[in-house]
Design a protein around this ligand. Structure first.
Ligand SMILES: Cc1ncc(COP(=O)(O)O)c(C=O)c1O
Length: 393
C-alpha cells in the first residue's frame, strides 16, 4: 500500500532551508541532510489548505490570538496529553528557544546557577551562558542501554544555594527518552524542596512512540504547575518551524507577568498570521496525520537499528521513545570526533548533527523524519564509505 510518507520530496536547494544550506554546495540533490530537526515531509493537507486561504485573503496585518486559537490549543493538550490548561497561562512567543531565553532572563538573576542534563539540545547551554547565568551540568547516565537521570547528582546540584532553575527537555532531545511519571515527580519534588524553578521544554511532546505517554510536567499537580514554565509548539509536530509560533504556559501569575514583561521588552512575541492559522488547523484536524507519521518514524527507527546491528555490531543506537531523532554512539569506529565528522560528510556524504554540540563527542543524531528511501540511501553511503576504510563488514 502506498504510504504518503514514502513519497519523494523535492530537494530544498536554493530556498533558504537552513538544514540544506548547511551542506557543502554543489552536492547532488539526492543527498538529503538528516540533521536539523525539521521534516522532509510536507505538512498535513489541512494546514496547507488553511495557509492557502490565508495567502489568498491578502490580509496579513498585525496578528493577535483569539478564542479559536486558545480552544485549539486547549483541546489538543486535553485530548492528547490529559492536561487542562487555562487561557491566563499563555505567553505567545516566536519560538520555544526564544521563550526559554526570555524565561531565564525574567525568572532568574544574573549569576544564578541553572542545571541542564546533557547530552542535550545545544541552545540549552547558550540560554544559560549567553544570559550571564552559571551553567551546571547534571549528565544523564546510560544504564543498561537506557538513559536515566542521575538523581544522586541532581540532589547535590539542586541543593546548591546559587541554583534557582533547571531546564528540562521532555521528551529528551537527543536521547529520545519520554520521562515517566515517577521520574518527573522525583525531579519535581527535588526542585520544590530546593526552590528551583522547572523550565520544561516540551516541544517534542506530540512525537511519542507507543506504548509511551508524554506527561506534561505541569500536569502532575498544582504544586508542580505553580513551579513550572512550559514551552510548547506544533512546529515539530507538523513541521512548521519557519512559521514562528510557540506558547509558553505559566500557571503562576507573578511569573507569568514577569515573563510577559520580558517578552515585550525583548520583542520575541510578534506573531505571523500564518503561524496562528497553521496551529489552529493542525490542532483541530491533524491528529490522524500525526498518528501515521509516528508509526512511520517508528519503522524508520527499527530500520536504522537493524541496519546498524547487522553492519556495525558494536554501535549503540538508543531506543526511541519519543522525538523523531535517533541517537547513536559511533565511537566504536575508532575515529576522533573531528575525523568522524570529516569521514561522514566528505566520504559518506552523510549530514548528521554531531554529538559534540550536545556535549557527547563521538555520538551522532540522525533525523528520521524522512522517506525510508532517503534513510536507506544514506545508510548505504555510510556502509560503502566505511568498507573502503575497513570499518565495516
Ligand atoms: C528541545 C528543543 N527545543 C526547542 C527547539 C526549537 O524550538 P523553536 O524553533 O520553537 O525555537 C528544538 C528544535 O530542534 C528542540 O529540539
Amino acid at each position: 500500500m502506498e504510504c504518503q510518507f514514502d513519497r519523494a520530496v523535492p530537494a530544498r536547494v536554493g530556498v533558504e532551508a537552513e538544514k540544506w544550506d548547511l551542506m557543502k554546495p554543489g552536492l547532488s540533490p539526492d543527498i538529503v541532510p538528516l540533521s536539523v530537526a525539521d521534516m522532509e515531509f510536507a505538512s498535513p493537507p489541512a494546514i496547507i489548505e488553511a495557509l492557502e486561504d490565508t495567502a489568498r485573503s491578502g490580509l496579513w496585518g498585525y496578528t493577535g490570538w483569539g478564542d479559536r486559537y486558545f480552544n485549539a490549543l486547549r483541546g489538543w493538550m486535553a485530548s492528547r496529553h490529559r492536561w487542562e490548561i487555562q487561557r491566563e497561562w499563555v505567553v505567545r512567543v516566536n519560538g520555544v528557544v526564544q521563550g526559554l531565553n526570555a524565561a531565564v532572563r525574567a525568572l532568574t538573576r544574573p549569576g544564578d546557577g541553572i542545571v541542564i542534563q546533557p547530552p542535550v539540545y545545544p541552545p540549552f547551554f547558550r540560554a544559560v551562558r549567553d544570559n550571564g547565568r552559571t551553567l551546571l551540568e547534571s549528565p544523564l547516565r546510560l544504564e543498561n542501554g537506557r538513559y536515566e537521570m542521575d538523581f544522586q547528582d541532581l540532589e547535590e546540584k539542586l541543593a546548591r544555594p546559587e541554583v534557582t532553575a533547571l531546564i528540562l527537555c521532555s521528551p529528551h532531545n537527543p536521547v529520545g527518552r519520554v520521562w515517566t511519571e515517577e521520574e518527573l515527580r522525583r525531579l519535581g519534588d527535588l526542585c520544590l524542596e530546593n526552590h528551583v524553578l522547572v523550565i520544561s521544554d516540551e516541544i517534542h511532546c506530540d512525537l511519542i512512540q507507543p506504548p509511551f505517554r508524554h506527561i506534561p510536567f505541569a500536569s502532575l499537580g498544582e504544586r508542580y504547575a505553580q513551579n513550572a514554565v512550559t514551552g510548547t509548539a506544533c512546529s515539530k509536530t507538523f513541521s512548521l518551524a519557519g512559521l514562528c509560533c510557540a506558547n509558553m504556559l505559566v500557571p503562576d501569575p507573578d511569573r507569568k507577568a514577569a515573563l510577559d514583561a520580558e517578552v515585550e521588552r525583548s520583542g520575541c512575541g510578534t506573531y505571523s498570521i500564518f503561524g496562528v492559522r497553521a496551529l489552529e488547523a493542525g490542532y483541530e484536524q491533524c491528529g490522524p496525520w500525526l498518528d501515521e507519521l509516528i508509526a512511520y518514524v517508528g519503522e524508520n527507527h527499527r530500520y536504522l537499528r537493524a541496519f546498524m546491528e547487522q553492519h556495525f555490531p558494536g554501535v549503540f543506537v538508543a531506543p526511541l521513545e519519543g522525538t523523531y531523532l535517533a541517537w547513536m554512539d559511533l565511537r566504536p569506529l575508532g575515529l576522533d570526533p573531528k575525523e568522524q565528522a570529516r569521514f561522514l560528510e566528505d566520504e559518506a556524504l552523510l549530514y548528521l548533527s554531531h554529538g559534540a554540540g550536545f556535549g557527547a563527542p563521538g555520538f551522532e543524531r540522525v533525523n528520521l523524519a524522512c522517506p525510508r528511501s532517503v534513510l536507506s540511501a544514506a545508510l548505504e553511503r555510510l556502509l560503502s564509505a566505511a568498507r573502503k576504510r575497513g570499518l565495516a563488514r
